[in-house]
Design a binder for this molecule. Structure first.
Ligand SMILES: C[S@@+](CC[C@H](N)C(=O)[O-])C[C@H]1O[C@@H](n2cnc3c(N)ncnc32)[C@H](O)[C@@H]1O
Length: 259
């Protein structure tokens, strides 16, 4: 169990907001989940583990191509939502595990597939999580991950991470694709397939999901509308007629195989 400061922050944020994430449309299904389903097809896999499972939507999708799926998360209230929805869906091959991605309670060389969707940027120690993923995968096993990506332009990447942290105090880091590629190749995890999609969001709904304080919502709204032309183009920022703001985050989905 991660007991460092970031782990505690993630548990605070996601513990209190678990029921909201359980009904969030963008988490129930979006282009990133559809891409994960494409990149894991056709299976079948004997053992799959979904890390940072949240309310379980990626784990649920993986029950269709895996004999057994373990939905794992650091935050107990999230796993309670996963259990409730999994029972509603009558998923008999779904199990739960309460653990940090940085400390996996699975034997070395034991898993066929590890999935992780829009959770890696919350992990306190992403590199340690990759070390653990590499350890538990069988040779030839796959990591299929989807996550928000920071553009390669430093100023735009900095804007994104600053905005993310002010909206969600548990945010850690949206990384550039070049950084992720370096971390994978350092561990002999070879990317064999990838897709880039956009995750479409509405500002009011996005800050409500994390219960961002009102005074921060005001400054965040101001900074979206005052973003540079590079920022507005990178994140497709568009004010709407009813006072909301549409925008999108770039998302990378990749399949990497343990050599
Ligand atoms: C945005 S939610 C994930 C959504 C989910 N993967 C899905 O497909 O709907 C992020 C999740 O990451 C979990 N998390 C944050 N830090 C973690 C860590 N170090 N280890 C495991 N889970 C973590 C949080 O508890 C939260 O449930």
């Amino acid at each position: 169990m991660a007991t460092n400061q970031e782990g505690t922050l993630a548990q605070q944020m996601f513990g209190s907001q678990a029921p909201v994430y359980a009904t969030s449309q963008v988490h129930v299904s979006d282009a990133s989940l559809e891409a994960i389903v494409r990149l894991t097809a056709p299976g079948p896999y004997a053992w799959t583990v979904d890390l940072g499972t949240g309310a379980g939507f990626t784990a649920f999708a993986m029950t269709q191509c895996s004999q057994r799926v373990v939905a794992s998360d650091l935050t107990r209230p999230m796993l309670q939502e996963t259990r409730r929805i999994g029972q509603e869906r009558q998923l008999s091959n779904l199990m739960l595990s309460h653990n940090a991605a940085e400390h996996l309670p699975f034997a070395s060389d034991s898993l066929d597939l590890v999935t992780c969707r829009v959770a890696g940027h919350h992990f306190a120690d992403f590199e340690q999580a990759l070390n653990e993923i590499h350890r538990v995968l069988k040779v030839g096993g796959s990591l299929v991950m989807a996550d928000t990506i920071a553009p390669e332009d430093d100023a735009v990447a900095e804007w994104l991470n600053d905005i993310e942290l002010r909206r969600d105090f548990s945010h850690v880091n949206d990384r550039k694709i070049s950084v992720i590629e370096g971390m994978l190749s350092a561990r002999d995890l070879a990317i064999v397939a990838r897709e880039n999609v956009r995750v479409y969001l509405q500002f009011n709904n996005w800050v409500a999901r994390t219960a961002t304080p009102d005074e921060e919502v005001i400054t965040l709204r101001r900074d979206f509308l005052a973003g540079s032309s590079e920022v507005k183009e990178a994140f497709e920022i568009e004010p709407t007629a009813d006072g909301d703001i549409n925008f999108s985050w770039p998302c990378l989905i990749f399949r990497a195989v343990k050599r």
